[in-house]
Design a protein around this ligand. Structure first.
Ligand code: CU1
Length: 139
């Protein structure tokens, strides 16, 4: 996943190369490795639900797809109709929102996947129970 590593001493040229990478491929981004160095990674981005977007009965959308940590899910929907809440497994299973959950409602929400399980629901009444939720595993 990492394509380039630069030491902090080269950070100026590094920043330039990152900018170039960002222009060429908007999905290029910088991650800090355990040594604090910046690595350029390329993540995929996915529109949740494809053409239908973030809507009812979207729960099977992740099936058959392979996600990686750093990939971005794009939730597209009418902001007056839905929202996106990042929940834990219990929240996903029971359609409840644990205290402190991250809620977003722009209608064009970009959320980067973390390693492991990522759960999202819409918490408007009756939406999650009508399969407006996804569970995505990122390797
Ligand atoms: Cu909804």
């Amino acid at each position: 996943m990492a394509l380039a590593t630069q030491s902090p001493a080269n950070s100026a040229s590094y920043s330039a190369s990152l900018l170039d990478a960002a222009k060429a491929n908007r999905r290029a981004y910088c991650i800090r490795n355990p040594l604090g160095l910046c690595e350029i990674a390329h993540a995929k981005s996915y529109v949740v639900g494809d053409m239908k977007g973030w809507t009812f009965f979207v729960d099977s959308w992740p099936k058959g797809k392979r996600f990686r940590a750093g990939d971005v899910l794009v939730f597209k929907y009418l902001p007056t109709a839905h929202n996106v809440v990042k929940v834990n497994h219990l929240g996903y299973r029971t359609c409840t929102v644990p205290r402190g959950s991250y809620i977003t409602r722009t209608g064009n929400d970009h959320i980067r996947l973390v390693k492991g399980n990522n759960y999202f629901i819409c918490n408007l009444p009756g939406h999650c129970v009508n399969a407006m939720r996804i569970a995505v595993y990122a390797s």
